[in-house]
Design a protein around this ligand. Structure first.
Ligand code: C2E
Ligand code: MG
Ligand code: MG
Ligand code: MG
Length: 290
């Protein structure tokens, strides 16, 4: 009986794995077609200044509308795109599309774009960034590239040179999801980040008394201030968290409390409703979505 059970179990796992591999293969094939079929679009989430509650920019977030599966989360397909080599082409499309969209906004509103470690490891990235900026016509200083800590596991000399080259182009650099990776403070010494994005896991529960997250956020902010970097608290969902985050000294807030990621036309309408004097920035009370 034990033997039969063993066979049963191994066959179960083999079937499961086979189904997994086939599913995976199909996802890869679908991904390869998705760009040409125009199944991707970007949504934009506002980044708000804690000082005056105005929108300083938007983060572009990728969405895939699969013909049969519906909306697939980037958390599910970006890793697959990274592994099957599609992230280069998709990432370039994201950069070009986001810059072109930002060109329609008031000139001081920034656009943040997520850059995969795979893109970052490509020596052609600076040329792609330069081209996206040039063809859109936006100032390089309006583009912020969001990079995660994982780029630091790669060749140190290469990373340093890449940072230097990108800064030379004039774009801004943000360290995304700070505190979740192999956090080493060593790289903050070398990498010329303009901003640290504090991961939303630290914002969760920070409002509760006795929660350690607030202390951690405060420490990160102190560090960033000392290094001359801005800070964005990610994933702020509640009104009372806004006050806390501001009191902890974060310069910016991004989260559902100020708006969920929305279609380009919604972001444009949001900016337009800010009024001429606001220059595209917009008081909190006028937010269009939650
Ligand atoms: P991220 O860059 O850290 O983006 C922030 C994520 O937090 C987004 O998820 C956003 O929708 C979500 N978020 C924002 N505010 C809140 C909030 O108040 N509460 C909660 N619960 N969530 C909030 P999304 O759009 O699903 O993206 C997930 C991740 O996928 C991104 O994390 C980023 O790592 C990756 N990603 C998205 N677009 C791209 C892209 O164009 N290229 C690359 N390489 N990665 C991307
Ligand atoms: Mg990001
Ligand atoms: Mg993040
Ligand atoms: Mg993330």
């Amino acid at each position: 009986a034990a033997k039969a059970d063993g066979r049963g179990v191994s066959r179960f796992f083999r079937d499961e794995m086979l189904a997994g591999a086939q599913k995976r293969k199909r996802l890869e094939d679908d991904l390869r077609r998705a760009l040409g079929e125009e199944e991707f679009h970007l949504v934009y989430q506002p980044v708000v200044s804690t000082k005056d509650q105005r929108i300083v920019g938007y983060e572009a977030l990728l969405r895939w509308e699969h013909p049969t599966r519906g909306l697939v989360s980037p958390a599910d397909f970006v890793p697959v795109a990274e592994e099957c080599g599609m992230i280069e082409a998709i990432g370039e499309w994201v950069l070009r599309t986001a810059c072109a969209e930002a060109a329609k906004w008031p000139a001081q509103v920034r656009i943040a774009v997520n850059v995969s470690p795979i893109q970052f490891a490509n020596p052609a990235l600076p040329a792609i960034v330069t081209s996206a900026i040039a063809s859109s016509g936006i100032a390089a200083s309006r583009l912020e590239l969001e990079i995660t800590e994982s780029v630091f596991v790669n060749d140190d000399a290469f990373s340093s040179q890449m940072f230097k080259t990108l800064k030379g182009i004039g774009v801004r650099l943000a360290l995304d999801d700070f505190g979740t990776g192999y956090s080493s403070l060593g790289y903050l010494r070398k990498a010329p980040f303009d901003k640290i994005k504090i991961d939303q896991s630290f914002v969760r529960g920070a409002i509760q008394a006795g929660n350690r997250n607030a202390a951690i956020i405060k420490a990160i902010v102190t560090l960033a201030d000392t290094l001359g970097m801005e800070t964005t608290a990610e994933g702020v969902e509640q009104q009372d968290e806004i006050t806390l985050i501001r009191d902890l000294g974060c310069s910016h807030i991004q989260g559902f409390v100020y708006g969920r990621p929305a279609r380009a036309e919604d972001a444009r309408a949001q900016l337009a409703s800010g009024g001429a004097d606001a220059g595209g920035a917009k008081p909190v009370g006028h937010r269009v979505s939650r």
